[in-house]
Design a binder for this molecule. Sequence first.
Ligand code: C2E
Ligand code: CA
Ligand code: CA
Length: 667
Amino acid sequence: MPESTYTVGFLYTFQMCTSFVLAFFLYEYFKDVDKGFVKYWGLAFTGLAVKYLALACQNFTPHIADTAWLKVIIAFITQIGAYTFALFFILGFLAALKKSPIIFKHQRWLLGLVLTFSLATSFVFAFDVNAAFNRFYIRVSLLDFILSGVFLAVAILLMNSQKRFLAAKVMVVICLLFSARYLICSFLTVVMLRENNFAQIELIFRYFDFACYTLLGVNLMIWMQGAERSAAEVAINRAKYMGKHDLLTGALNREQVIENIPLAISTATDKNLKLAIYLIDLKRFKFINDTYGLKIGDLVLGKVAKRLKQSVLLPQVIGRISGDSFVFAIEIGDEGQLEKAAQHLHDVISRAYRVNNQEIHLQASVGYCLAPSDGDEAENLLHKANLALFRAENKNIPSLRYSAGMQADGSHLPAAEKAIRLGIQRKQFVLYFQPQLNLVSNRIEGVEALVRWQHPEKGLLQPDSFLPDFEALGLNSVLDGYVLELACQKLANWYQSFKRRLTIAVNVSAAEFQDPALVSKIQGLLVKYQVPSKYLELEITENVVITDIESAMDTIVTLQNMGIKVSIDDFGTGYSSLSYLRDLPIDKIKIDRSFITDFARNDSDLTIVKSMIKLSHGLGKRVLAEGVENQDQLALLRKLGCDAVQGFYINRPLTEEKLVSQLSRRE
Ligand code: C2E
Ligand code: CA
Ligand code: CA
C-alpha cells in the first residue's frame, strides 16, 4: 500500500526537518553561550534528524526492500542516528548538572562504542533470510530497551538534582513517558509481534514520537533560557552583595566593619551596655588550603561565618577582615561575661566541619577589647583586639583581653624602619617585571613593575612580607617614589641600549596617590630621564578612587593631560561598581585574579567576567585580566574579547635580564 507508506514517509520527513531545525537552533545558541550541554543536545538532535532521514528514505522508496545491501545501509544509518541521540542526550544532562568529568574524558571512546554497536546491530544476521526474528530483535527490541534505560536514567538524574525550575520538571515527565513508551515497545516486540504486523502498532507510536520529540526539543530550549537567566540572576545578586559583603562568607568586609562598629557602640551605650569586640584568627588555616584545596578552604570559611552569625550571643557585627580572621562584636552587661563569650567562640569554631564527606577540625586564637573603655574608634579598637590576638598567639593561649601594656608590641617597627631606610639608601629594593600581553596584536604591550627586597641576610623578600611595615610606618610614599624613579631609569636605560620603549605600570599606594606633590614629582622624573610620558602607567585600586572621588578625579585628569595612563588594579575586590568609574578618564581596568582563577568552570564568575568586559568596553575602557594561569583561561578570555592579559601562564614576574632576553626572543 504505497499511499500509507508515503504518508509515513511524510511524517518522518517532517520529523527530520523539526529535528534539524532544533539542532540548528541549539548550535546557534551554543555559539553564543558556549555551554557544553547545549552542544551535546545539538548533537543529539542531529542524530535524531539523521535517523528520520533514513526512515523517510526507506518509506519513499518501497522497492528498497528488494536490495539487501541497501536495506543494511538504511538500517545502519537508523541505528547510528538513534544511538548517537541516546549518547549525547544523556551527556548533555550530565554536563548541565555538572556530573562525572570521567565520562567526558572518554567521549571518543563512547563514540567508538556507538559506532561499533550500530555496525554490529545492522550487520549481524543482515543477509540471512531465515534470521528475520533475530535481526528484528537486535535492531528494534534492543534499541528500544536501551532508549528506555537512557530516558529513565535522565529522569532519575533530574529528580536527584537541585533543579527546580519548570522546564526541569516537565523534562522529568517527558523522560518518564518516553521511558515507558520504549519499554512497552521493547516488551511487545519480544513477546507478541513479528516484523510484519509490528508495523501497525508502530503507527500509534509514530504520532506519539512526533509530538513528544518536538515537545522535548522545545522544552530543552526553555531549559536553556532558564539556565542562562538563573546564572545572570546569581551574578547580579552577587555583584550587589559584593558591594557590602565579603564575597566568600557573606560577612561584612573590612570597610563595612569599620563603619558599623561606631553604630553598634552607640546602640549599646543607649542601652547602658558595652560592646565587646572579638578578633578571631583561625589557626593554621593555610594548612587546610594546602591539604584540602582552596575550594574546601572557602567552604569551611563560609561555614565558620555561618556559625558565628547563628551564635546565641546575637552578634551585632560579623565581619571577615582578612583571609582567615573574623570580627565578632556583641553587647555585654558586665565584664565577667567577656571570657565566657570568648570560650563560647572557641566552642563554636572547634566543632567539626563536614565538607565533601571529610571531617575538618579547626582551632582559633581570640583577642578582644571593650568599647567604649578601650576606645571608641573602630580602627583603634580593631588594632587593640589585634594586639591582644598577637599576644595570645605568641603565648599560645586560646584567648586574651587587650591591656595597656600590649601597645609595645609594635616594637619591631623601629628596627624595621632602620633596616628599610638603609635598604632604600643602599638600593636593596629591586624591580621585577611581569609582561602584559595584548590579545589583539599578540605582542607584549607593557610590563608591571613589582618590587622585591634583596635583603642582605634574609634573601629575596616578596612584597607581602615588608609592605605591611611600610604601611605601619607611613613609608608608602617613600617606596612609591623610589619605585617610580627606578622605573623611569629603566625606561631610559632600555631605550639607550635597545632603542626600544615599553610601557611600565607602577603600583601606587593610596597615600602617594593622594599626595598633592605626586604630579610634579612625576613631571620631574620624566624630564630627568627624558622619558615620553605615555610609557608610564600608574596602577591604583578602586578604593583609592572611591575614598575621595573628587580629588582622585582631579589627579587622574591632570595625569591624563600629561599623557600618563592610569589603570584600576584588583577590580572587583573593592566595593565600587563600574558606574563609579564612568566619568573617570581611566585607561584600563584590571580584573582581579580571584575572578579568573575559577571562571572557566564557574558559571557565576564567568558571567561576572563577561559583564565586566562588556560594561568596560561600553564605557570605552580597556580590560586586562590578571592571574591567567592556564591555556583554558587564556582561550576563554580571548573569546570574550578581553584586551590584554597578565599572569603566570604568560610570564612570571621576571628580573630585568630575563625580561630583556624574553623580549628579544619574541621579536
Ligand atoms: P598586584 O598589583 O595585584 O600585583 C600582582 C601580583 O600578582 C604580583 O604579586 C604577581 O606576582 C602576582 N601574580 C601575577 N600573575 C599571577 C598569576 O598568574 N597567579 C598568581 N597566583 N599570582 C600572580 P607580588 O609581586 O607578590 O605583589 C603583591 C602585591 O604587592 C601587588 O599586587 C601590589 O599590590 C603590591 N606591590 C608590588 N610591588 C609594589 C610596588 O612597587 N609599590 C606598591 N605600592 N605596591 C607594590
Ligand atoms: Ca598591580
Ligand atoms: Ca592586581
